[in-house]
Design a binder for this molecule. Sequence first.
Ligand code: PEP
Ligand code: MG
Length: 323
Amino acid sequence: KNIELKKFIDKDTRTQDGVTMKILANISSENDINLMLENGGEGIGLFRTEFIYINSKTLPSEETQYKIYSNIAQKNKDKLFIIRTLDIGGDKSIDYLNIKKEENPFLGFRAIRYCLKNPDIFKAQISAILRASTYGNIKFMIPMIATLMELRSAKKLIDEVKNELESKGIPFCKDTQIGMMIETPSAAMMVDRFVKEVDFFSIGTNDLTQYLFAADRMNEQVAYLNSSFHPQLLKVVKDIVDCSKSNGIEVDICGHAGENPYLIPLWVAMGVDNLSVSIPSILAVRQQICNTNKKDLAPVLEKVLAFDDAYEVEEYLKTKFQF
Ligand code: PEP
Ligand code: MG
């Protein structure tokens, strides 16, 4: 089985009827890059930079971050390298960042919310990313955006840092793209406005599900609500993808649902551009997509969206596709 999979290492990800996608990797450290390349990753769709902070006893300096981002970019050659800015808070806390204990951390001071209130920390990261951008195909990705104001504020800070670098004569890639994660229902509902102000979307289905269903993703008691088979989730994802397509921007999935073999036919049918998955899944996802025909999947998607509940979707997909 492994030998079969290895054949897909250098292959493009292309359906039988010629639709291409990219299978990217979710990584959390510089150490992941070799494994990612050995597993045929076509780039990095999500670098969870919070792990740089989590693994450090003190605030990581701009210089430390610059080295990490530029090292990864160099090893990754000119492949896509999407760097998610600090997504801290929620379940991931760090002593030196002084985030107070919260009643509802997943609804609290996390990710972009924290970064906008701590512009010095945010700007150091932005500066490190921009400086590394001369080494590869780097893109910014902003997590947990809920309002246009947040997005605009983040973009304004990126512009400020660009001006500062420019005035110091420090090189960076001027047209570094800026994308956002869609993982709050409020962003999903206004996707038609956000689409005008970003270069790409990446759907964070883990958080999007938790927030759509108001169900803590860490709480076993409500795990049935955190299923990716809910027609509500699938409908939202389809709306986001449709909107991205009609506005000509790229749309990726970087949550766990992106690598679920029963759901992959739906992502193909919708026209998702890239799937960013955990490293051990890359080749299996590519193999599966290479064996599908997009044309056959439209009726499957239509059928799934007409179901009333997750268990029906799951039952149907598990009967139709056997792995
Ligand atoms: C997500 O929410 O789907 C996601 C990819 O981000 P994280 O799991 O790191 O919150
Ligand atoms: Mg998330």
